[in-house]
Design a protein around this ligand. Structure first.
Ligand SMILES: [Zn+2]
Length: 265
């Protein structure tokens, strides 16, 4: 539900009650069956945060929605406020990102992005940075042919940053000592810890200085440029496992789409 009601366009009478219509642009994150012919569509919108809304009759062959409300699609919507869930009355495609559905790699890594955004976004809470990051990432995924895993690592670290979970990487998170050669990474403390401090978190893991540097670089580098990076496989493996565990620690859940990525190593 969008609490601030931005962009209310009209009030119409439906089955005897006054209903508010509103417009929103968003990316479809997920769909679930509802009853015989409907679906609940989860959308990350630009103005209302995450929205769960019903698309009535969408599973009928002659549905007016066609394939406009499939995951990855960037859509322009008209919705009205229902008692529990909002109802989608119109959907126009802004960008289908159809290239993502045409490739196994793109759909695998793109789904891992959608799942994490779904997990981290909040209903009714506008998050422009998250919305822009998702749109930009899907655009890059839809156009690239390589470096999918590094792209996901870069996406994850950027997403952690816009969500306020950016790990502290420039100095020991406990004593402030500059990062050196023998550093460990503490999930609990949210960053790197030096040799002197790591006894405060025995669960911290070894991290190479190359991994610390690369994470800082991925944080700053536009996603378009990440695609062209050439890094050694061992370093990419280290970053993949680190970010997988870091994300899992912060969202307190394992995502199915991420489990299958680890089996691909
Ligand atoms: Zn320290």
């Amino acid at each position: 539900m969008c609490s601030k009601k931005p962009g209310i366009t009209a009030e119409i009478t439906i089955t005897g009650g006054l209903m508010s219509l509103y417009k929103s642009k968003g990316v479809v994150l997920k769909t679930q069956k509802l009853g015989e012919s409907d679906r609940i569509i989860t959308i990350l919108t630009g103005n209302c945060g995450k929205v769960n809304a019903v698309a009535k009759g969408i599973r009928k062959t002659k549905s007016k929605f066609g394939s406009r409300l499939e995951p990855f699609t960037h859509v322009d919507l008209v919705l009205y406020k229902g008692r529990n869930l909002d109802i989608i009355t119109q959907a126009e495609i802004i960008g289908s990102f159809s290239e993502i559905r045409d490739s196994f790699d793109r759909i695998t890594y793109g789904s891992a992005m959608l799942d994490l955004v779904n997990k981290i976004s909040v209903e009714g809470e506008r998050d422009t940075a998250l919305y822009n990051l998702l749109l930009k990432s899907l655009k890059v995924v839809s156009q690239t042919k390589k470096n999918f895993r590094l792209l996901l690592i870069a996406f994850d670290i950027k997403l952690m940053a816009v969500s306020g979970y950016m790990p502290k990487l420039e100095q020991c998170v406990i004593c402030g000592k500059k990062s050196g050669i023998k550093m460990r990474f503490s999930f609990e403390q949210g960053g790197i810890v030096c040799e002197g401090c790591y006894s405060l978190d025995k669960n911290s893991i070894v991290i190479t200085s190359a991994a610390v540097e690369m994470l800082l670089r991925l944080m700053r580098l536009p996603l378009n440029d990440v695609v062209d990076l050439d890094i050694i496989a061992l370093l990419e493996d280290e970053l993949h496992l680190l970010m997988r565990d870091y994300v899992t620690y912060y969202i307190q859940a394992r995502l199915k789409s991420r489990e299958c990525l680890s089996q691909l190593i």
